[in-house]
Design a protein around this ligand. Structure first.
Ligand code: NAP
Length: 263
């Protein structure tokens, strides 16, 4: 299948590691001009160079924090000036820490809203009007299987990501007539640095060994194993493509069957 991504311009947020990085690499491999951001300049530059080495295409990169609206606006403007258009935007950020309700302070809630919801709003505000001009666009949010089935211990993620899902569904309705699709992609347990960190937190709290934490997750998953960032990226890349033109407003789990719901 020709995905029709050759020459498309894609912004991928929070993409120096993990899921964002895998998405950036897959889009680049399919022929898109890719621009990535993350906070740590060294890791970001290294990732851009590694993707270029593996795909043969230059990857533009700029260090920024996705919670900073001015920095996001400047980044998208530079990408547009460099490549002449903005076709695809994949929103992403780090995940909020695991905690109980009792130990979560008001500032933790505000920070999770900035990290998950407002970062998505900032990228949508900058990219949707540019896509609208060309009557073609793809906005894809990286959320979590938690929007379909809350994950124990991930209070902030379970709560705030629901708002991102509501935002995306609303934008899908508002922008469909402009040839723009908006979808959420919801990872289950996928082997990245974030998941290693989560296993260590649970291990410190419960005394279980990290490998036992991973084994307990695997027992929950019908596929019997964790996902890979590449399996996740393949679904995002399809949604970003010409071929996914009639898929909008969807929240698609990439979770090995973890979520037990019918829809
Ligand atoms: P990861 O391996 O920790 O990578 C996170 C990436 O985001 C890094 O490149 C990081 O670089 C960047 N980042 C973090 N905070 C940022 C900020 N404020 N501004 C700009 N860049 C930022 O995480 P991941 O596993 O890929 O997860 C990505 C998202 O999916 C997270 O929200 C996570 O909670 C969610 N998720 C993951 C899984 C899973 O199993 N992996 C499952 C469900 C949901 P810097 O630190 O240098 O900024």
């Amino acid at each position: 299948m020709d995905l029709g991504l050759n020459g498309r311009v894609a912004v991928v947020a929070a993409a120096s590691k993990g899921l964002g990085r895998a998405v950036a690499e897959e889009l680049s491999r399919e022929g898109a001009h890719v621009a990535i951001c993350a906070r740590t300049p060294g890791t970001l530059a290294e990732t851009a160079a590694q993707i270029t080495k593996s795909t043969g295409r230059e990857v533009f990169h700029q260090a920024l924090d996705v919670t900073d609206s001015t920095a996001v606006a400047a980044f998208v403007a530079v990408v547009e000036a460099r490549f002449g258009r903005t076709d695809i935007c994949v929103t992403n950020s780090g995940g909020p820490p695991s905690n109980t309700f009792k130990n979560t302070k008001p500032e933790d809630w505000r920070s999770a809203v900035d990290q998950l919801l407002m970062s998505t709003v900032f990228f949508a505000r900058e990219t949707l009007p540019r896509m609208q001009k060309n009557k073609w666009g793809r906005l894809i949010t990286i959320t979590s299987s938690a929007v379909k089935q809350p994950v124990d211990g991930l209070l902030l993620s379970n709560s705030v990501r629901a708002a991102v899902t509501g935002l995306a569904r609303t934008l899908a309705n508002e922008y469909a007539a402009d040839g723009i699709t908006v979808n959420n992609v919801c990872p289950g347990y996928t082997r990245t640095a974030r998941l290693d960190g989560l296993a260590s937190t649970i291990s410190a709290r419960t005394g279980a060994k990290p490998e036992d934490v991973f084994a307990s997750w695997e027992r929950e998953i019908p596929a019997g194993r964790l996902g890979t960032p590449q399996e996740f990226a393949a679904v995002v890349t399809f949604l970003a493509s010409e071929r996914a033109s009639y898929v909008t407003g969807a929240s698609i789990a990439v979770d090995g069957g973890l979520v037990r719901s019918l829809l």
